[in-house]
Structure formats: structure tokens, C-alpha cells
Design a protein around this ligand. Structure first.
Ligand code: CTP
Length: 400
């Protein structure tokens, strides 16, 4: 997603500054070129040498002792595709709002004509203070993106929980994707995605499920959001953090997932069945925990609705995409699923192939079309596979 992109991070003086090292690494893993610039306050929390070692270039701090060029803030202001300020402290936000350029981070902010993303992190009182809120709303009125800080445990043990935490890294990365994905190819298009596993209760403590983590469906939601789509992400139980600004419907059973998909059917849009839906559920759910001495050795099962099959008739209005996880005869099984579920294409993978299993961030897939065409994709990140899938969906959608 970030290949060839240049990202400048302005680090301000807050305890969350240490979290930016891992952010730099993550952006580099996404193939972005990253540079950093620090306020003098930031150096109280973290050394410029740390960032220099991570990025391979100087991490300048001093406005009057340039490292890279004579007029450093101008060079820094013109270099990036995106200037991310993280953590943005209350003081730096106040300086941005009032045009004070007294250090390299603030001077670069004032000088840049590039896109800026401000990610605040501070003590709850400072965040909620009317002065900070006024500065934030002033910046937003000027169309500068200021991310909402998160609620959670604060650095000071005395404070306990509050609003003001730096958002978790996947959330920051997701904001960066959306800023840098300039072409909003799916603007206004409704996209509904099912993701993860479903759980079918046997009794109050036991259930039938599978190993699906939801990573592929969440990656699809992330990319579709960056492309400007209106997304509903219907997911089963997962530990993943949902992307921001996406309509989330959390469900447990296949039946609930079916009803939620029907209710959120993307008319004239794109439906993607990335969930590993349990095909069966216990015929009877025991109200009490089953004791082993009374347990039968066989659990009678009932078939669950097949979501894509049930919605097949609606396909004339929308693009339908399925997934098939097969351990053998992939293409033959996938071809059957295209026909029976009436799909525009199906993404096939084999979990026993290296890098293509559950819970990993990569996938190796083939895309099969109803006319038998196969696109054999190399091993790639799930986020990259999501781009491939959505680009193909987009072409079909444009010809609906
Ligand atoms: N699917 C669905 N509802 C179900 C089962 C599957 O919508 N009850 C969707 C999945 O989200 C996926 C596609 O159908 O996009 C294929 O799912 P898969 O589990 O591979 O196929 P099944 O039809 O369940 O067949 P089998 O388990 O026998 O391979």
C-alpha cells in the first residue's frame, strides 16, 4: 500500500514518543521511505540517534544547526508525500493552530503544502481543556486531519483510564493509508464484507468454530476504506481491531451473519464473503453445561444457511465475490462454488502452502473467474491481495 511513498514523522515531547520507533519500522515494512524530525522536547523522551539508526538518515532537531541542508525546514516541508505529527502534544497543537514556528517540527508544519496528519497524545485534562479543543477545531476547520486520541490506561498510574492515548499502531497505519491512497476509486460505492469465523454453541461454555482470524476480511475493509467505499464489515469473534470509519456489525453465529448480511446488502455495490462460516450448528443447544457422564458421543447437527448461495439472486445488482480454502483439488472445488453460489469470481487458497495459512499476514492465492480464467498471484501481504481483489471487483462493478 505504501510502496514508493515518502513519509515524514514529526515527533513531539510526549511519553508516547517511544511508540513511534515501531511505527517507523511498520511503515518501512510497507515499503515507505521514512524520515523523522524531533522537537527539543521529544529528545527528553527519546534520542535522535534511535531514529537515525532506524531510518538511516539524520533525525534533525535544531532549527539553527541544519543537518541536511541550509534551510532545513523548507527541505523537510517539500520532501514528503505526507507529514505525520505523532505524538502531537498540546503545546505543538497550539503552535500549529496559531502559526508559531519556533522549532523544526512547527516550522516544517507552517512551511509545508503537503498533506498533514496530526495524531495527538496527552494527558486527559490537557486533551479536554477548552484551549486544546479550540485549537483542534481550528485546525480541522482549515481541513487539517486531527485523529481522535483513544480511551485507555494513561501513562501516569495516578490517572488510571482516560481519553488521550496515542491510537494503536494499526489505527495510525490505517489513517496513513487513507491519506496516501489518493484515487478514491470506490467513492460512494457500498461494500459489504463478511470476515472471520462463526461460533455455534453446544452449551454455555462450548462451541463449534474454525481457525479463521478475520485478517483477510479486515484487510479488505481497510483497502476499500482507503479507496473511499462505504463499508459494512460483518465479523465473527476476533481479537482484531476494526478499522476506523467503517460500519461494524459483530456477530457470533452463521445465522446472525446471514441476517446481518441480508440487512446490509450492498445494492449496486460489492459483496465479499471472506468469512469462514460454520456450515453446521448443533441441533439443540444445552442450556446447562453438559456433564461428561451424561454426554452423548455424537452431537446431532443442523445445516446453517449458505449466505452467498441465499443471496445469489441479488447478484444482478451487485458484484459477488467468494473465497475458497481448499487443501486439495482447489480449482475443481472452487469452480463448483462459483457456479453454485453465482459468483463473479472466487479467491482460492490452500492453507498448507507456505505463507498462506490462518492468522498470518500473507497469502498465496489464485483468482478464478466463471469463464475458467485463472490469475495465479505470488505470495503477498493480505493487504496487497486485498488491493488486487478490489481492483478486479471495481472493473466488474463499473460494467454492471
Ligand atoms: N459461505 C457462506 N455461507 C456459508 C458457507 C460459506 O457465505 N454457510 C461463503 C464463504 O464466505 C466463502 C464461500 O462461501 O466465500 C466458500 O466457503 P467454503 O467454506 O470454502 O465453502 P462451502 O460452501 O462451505 O463448502 P465446503 O465447506 O464443503 O468446502
Amino acid at each position: 500500500m505504501l510502496k514508493g511513498k515518502k513519509i515524514l514523522i514529526g515527533v513531539c515531547g510526549g511519553i508516547a514518543a517511544y511508540k513511534i520507533c515501531e511505527l517507523v519500522r511498520e511503515l518501512q515494512r510497507e515499503n515507505a521511505t521514512v524520515r523523522t524530525v524531533l522537537t527539543p522536547g521529544a529528545t527528553q523522551f527519546i534520542s535522535p540517534l534511535t531514529f537515525e539508526s532506524l531510518t538511516g538518515v539524520p533525525a534533525p532537531v535544531d532549527l539553527f544547526k541544519p543537518f541536511l541542508s541550509e534551510i532545513e525546514h523548507i527541505e523537510l516541508a517539500t520532501w514528503p508525500d505526507l507529514y505525520v505529527i505523532a505524538p502531537a502534544t498540546a503545546t505543538s497543537i497550539a503552535k500549529f493552530a496559531s502559526g508559531i514556528a519556533d522549532n523544526l517540527v512547527t516550522a516544517t508544519f507552517l512551511a509545508t503544502r503537503k498533506d498533514v496528519l496530526i495524531i495527538p497524545a496527552m494527558n486527559t485534562g490537557m486533551w479536554e481543556n477548552p484551549a486544546t479543543q479550540k485549537n483542534v477545531s481550528l485546525l480541522r476547520k482549515r481541513h487539517i486531519s486531527v485523529v481522535e486520541p483513544e480511551y485507555g490506561l494513561m501513562a501516569s498510574q495516578l490517572e488510571g483510564k482516560g481519553v488521550g492515548r496515542l491510537p494503536d499502531q494499526p489505527i495510525i497505519v490505517s489513517h496513513i493509508y487513507r491519506k496516501l491512497w489518493q484515487k478514491k476509486e470506490l467513492a460512494g460505492v457500498n461494500v459489504t464484507i463478511t470476515a472471520g469465523c462463526t461460533r455455534e454453541k453446544i452449551d454455555p461454555v462450548r462451541f463449534i468454530s474454525n481457525q479463521s482470524s478475520g485478517k483477510m476480511g479486515f484487510a479488505l475493509a481497510e483497502v476499500a476504506a482507503a479507496m473511499g467505499a462505504n463499508i459494512t464489515l460483518i465479523h465473527g469473534p476476533t481479537h482484531l481491531k476494526p478499522p476506523t470509519d467503517v460500519n461494524i456489525v459483530a456477530v457470533e453465529t452463521a445465522n446472525e451473519m446471514f441476517l446481518a448480511t441480508k440487512d446490509n446488502y450492498p445494492t449496486n455495490g460489492i459483496l465479499i464473503g471472506a468469512a469462514a462460516v460454520s456450515d453446521f450448528r448443533p441441533d439443540v443447544i444445552s442450556e446447562k453445561k453438559i456433564k461428561k457422564e451424561n454426554a452423548a458421543s455424537v452431537i446431532p447437527l443442523k445445516q446453517n444457511p449458505d449466505i452467498l448461495f441465499e443471496l445469489k439472486e441479488l447478484r444482478k445488482q451487485s458484484v459477488h465475490i467468494g473465497f475458497a480454502l481448499e487443501t486439495n483439488d482447489e480449482i475443481a472445488y472452487a469452480a463448483k462454488k462459483i457456479a453454485s453460489k453465482g459468483l463473479d469470481f472466487i479467491v482460492v487458497n490452500n492453507p498448507s502452502e507456505k505463507g498462506a495459512g490462518f492468522s498470518v499476514n500473507t497469502n498465496k492465492a489464485k483468482i478464478l473467474f466463471p469463464d475458467g480464467t485463472i490469475v495465479d498471484l505470488p505470495l503477498m501481504k493480505k493487504i496487497e491481495l486485498a488491493v488486487e481483489i478490489l481492483k478486479k471487483a471495481m472493473i466488474i462493478h463499473a460494467n454492471l
